[in-house]
Design a protein around this ligand. Structure first.
Ligand code: KG4
Ligand code: ZN
Length: 335
């Protein structure tokens, strides 16, 4: 069985073909980073328009690369939420239309389920059940994963998502959008002993997070010094260390509290090298997608779509997107 996956929830047009027997046949990605960099953040209307421009040529290129004819596809999976409503609509309309034209099922996929299952695309993959740490631009969550489709959210951010905190702090330090990877690069030149930022909410019980205070802490620290390149690198380092340490402490606590034996880390911030190094010191095996599948991509949507299809969860003719959508609703939903 071959599934086409389409991801358009934010600023990346991602498409992929996943084959049940042979695995990932091909994937293609177009990043809108340059388009939004001019504005310092994602402009939703521009994102939707660019998905419209790029999606069809990207699918043509993908099918050629995968050596698959459209009529050989068995289903089309698309991201139905959460995300930007206009951007989601582009992928949903395209996915639904293709499935209608080819007379094959359409499968709406939850974007975070895609992230969460992305490590399954690797040779070294986790076994169920496991704990997942989802760290993206829009979400920060610790999730107990019993099996595909059965998720309990153990903790989440009360304010900024971790990627959002990276991006906002990076912007404050004068770094271009998207700031996360830029901040991580700058932090490499920073002196770890100069500033110590707080580890938010670690002395309270529970598994929720809060990252907006760190951004303010970075702003206040910057205001107190001259703002030289070295000052900025030292602030970047202190910020990154505080985030990494906080995620480490909460992941370790969740493993202890649940008794789960392995950890999956996914979402854009999962590409962060210092986070990976720190989590690798945990007393449990840790699984990551390859860095290019940490950030948004079509492969994770095609894979999650395959799992949904195998579970018999396809959709009717209607097109519905859910800009806000809880992972926990998946077990009971028909889609
Ligand atoms: O998962 P993703 O591609 O999109 C969402 O679903 O949000 O995550 C994007 C986020 C951005 O905030 C970006 O700055 C952050 O992931 N990010 C990083 C790194 N690479 C991407 N943050 C820190 N270090 C990185 N190496
Ligand atoms: Zn994402």
């Amino acid at each position: 069985m071959k599934i086409l996956g389409i991801e358009t929830s934010c600023d990346e047009t991602g498409v992929a073909v996943f084959d049940q027997e042979r695995g990932l046949l091909a994937h293609e990605l177009f990043s809108q980073v340059e388009l939004h960099a001019l504005y310092g953040g994602v402009v939703p209307e521009l994102a939707s328009r660019d998905h419209i421009r790029k999606a069809v040529p990207l699918i043509d290129k993908l099918l050629e690369k995968a050596n698959v004819f459209p009529w050989e596809l068995d289903a089309v999976a698309y991201t139905a939420g959460p995300g930007l409503v206009g951007a989601l609509m582009v992928g949903a309309m395209l996915g639904r239309s293709l499935s209608f034209g080819l007379n094959i099922p359409a499968i709406p996929v939850h974007h975070m389920e895609g992230h969460l299952l992305a490590p399954m695309l690797e040779e070294r993959k986790p076994e169920f059940p496991f704990l997942a740490l989802l760290v993206s631009g829009g979400h920060t969550m610790l999730v107990q994963v019993a099996e595909v489709g059965c998720y309990s959210v153990l903790g989440e951010t009360l304010d900024d998502a971790v990627g959002e905190a990276f991006d906002k702090t990076a912007k404050m330090l004068g770094l271009p959008y998207p700031g996360g990877p830029e901040l991580a690069r700058l932090a490499r030149q920073g002196d770890a002993s100069r500033f110590t930022f707080p580890r938010p909410m670690v002395d309270r019980p529970g598994l929720d997070f809060s990252f907006s205070g760190l951004k303010t802490y970075a702003l206040n620290t910057l205001a107190k010094c001259a703002g030289s390149d070295q000052d900025k690198a030292d602030i970047a380092r202190a910020f990154e260390d505080a985030v990494v340490d906080t995620l480490f402490i909460k992941a370790r606590r969740a493993l202890r509290e649940t008794g789960l034996g392995s950890l999956v880390v996914a979402g854009g911030v999962g590409a962060n090298q210092r986070l990976r190094e720190r989590l690798d010191t945990l007393d449990a095996p840790v699984f990551y997608p390859r860095p290019e599948f940490c950030t948004d991509n079509g492969a994770m949507i095609a894979y999650a779509g395959m799992q949904r299809l195998l579970a018999g969860k396809t959709a009717g003719l209607g097109v519905e997107v859910k800009p806000r959508w809880s992972l926990e609703d998946l077990a009971s939903s028909v889609a």
